[in-house]
Design a protein around this ligand. Sequence first.
Ligand code: GLC
Length: 561
Amino acid sequence: MTRNNDRADWWRQAVVYQVYPRSFHDANGDGLGDLRGVTAKMGYIAALGVDAIWLSPFYPSPLADGGYDVADYRDVDPRLGSLEDFDEMVAAAHGAGVKVVVDIVPNHTSSEHPWFRAALGAGPGSPERERYIFRPGRGEHGELPPNGWRSCFGGPAWQPVGDGEWYLHLFAAEQPDLNWSNPEVHEDFRRTLRFWSDRGVDGFRVDVAHALAKDLDSRPLDAWPDDPGQDRPGEDNPLWDRPEVHDIYREWRQVFNEYEPARFAVGEAWIVPEHQWRYASMEELGQVFNFELAKANWMADEMRPAIEEGLAAAERSGSTTTWVLSNHDVPRHATRYGLPQVKSAEHHQLANDWLLRDGRSYREDRALGTRRARAALLMELGLPGSVYLYQGEELGLFEVADLPWDALEDPQARTTAHGDALKGRDGCRVPLPWEAAREDFGFSAPAEHAPAHLPQPAWFAGHAVDAEERDQGSMLWFYRRALAQRARLLTATGDTSLAWVSGYDDQVIAYERPTDDGRALVSVTNFGAHAVPLPEGEVLLASVPLEGGLLPGDACAWVVR
Ligand code: GLC
């Protein structure tokens, strides 16, 4: 039987498991996860049945933004290991039939990157400053920022350096934006792509892929609006989703095509879906994250358009789309689905507001969140395209909303006073529980070890890998069974067609896919309050037990006919 990973275009319909290395598994006992920790758990990853892992940044970094502030793009942070450890991890992954995708952060470096240090030392007008975006301040002595742009983490997007110039940082001040009008920047990233490809990496995830090209010169800086808006793309937006950004990815495509099989990339671009297809075309990255599922409430009339948008984008790009429920930037979906579901614009506000109050204002309904998370997984896994899973969702983890303020690491939590600040994204980045009985839940391998870098709640015990291993009804076993069926039925031929199944009311999402053995798989998800009938056929999987042969609400089933 052909396996998905035997195909050169394996990434078109892959299941990719996101590893957040600092919080996955700690092999050396310093309280931070590391690459040897990933290697040690490769058997677990392979047994889950995923095609690939994507590693969030593991490069040398002062950790001003969880490693998305890179000080050296072609090395491993010594706290996380060495290049030899990386090679061993890749060998272990490939030996287990698992591909490896790494994160590339091209919009900004760390302020500790040698280039930025040199830029500070060299002064205004120097070639060193030309690698970044320095501009003179306004006011008599340059004491005012060049304009009113705000950073994504709050506060101004400009930082003064003491000689009348300011530099642009769309994220934290420790993340100065690179100048992609400078050929040297292009050259250096091509080198980085080759460096990791030569080490056996199969693909790349491109951080804030829509921000690289900027226009700061076509009009006076202070003529731009303070917030150009990530969702208002085009010529008229100086920062986000500019047309020239596509030149960069066409250049990267040539590098990807130097390899056999050609490498691919998946771009992170929080922009309107109609604009995503160009990034995903085969002239550019191959794939882009479709975040519409992650943005949708647990409501049929939000999920259906989210699926339709993804399918339409795939058709336009000539590639496939991706499906995401959770990642390291959003509250975990088992929690989101257990909160009151209000229409989407308010939804994120609600989740954020809830986090802000440490989850004390009300508590998520965990049984309901879990039930819906199981249904969501089945609904997602049957869709054509790639599925990106986030570490810990296979254990049914909830957001850890009540982390103490002084433990938080996310720059989002640092930018304003506690009263009105967001608590940020650490609640989904708490180190994984492996063993229920150990005091750090087995996050660190050595018996003697430093505390985990973010505190784990007591309820993690019930979600530890060893506890879930023992329980055939656990989320872990549900993921394994669903992934195995997907691999067995839906990925060998490369067929990505889908047909909607009619005959249900608007509380049901039902679609049909051809299976690799010439039958059809029907996926039925019921968002309503009343149980619904399933089509004739073999019920392969159901997210909860059927009730008298009917599919109850907040549930999904796969039927093969
Ligand atoms: C992306 C990452 C996020 C990071 C930001 C800045 O959105 O996913 O974690 O903070 O880029 O690099």
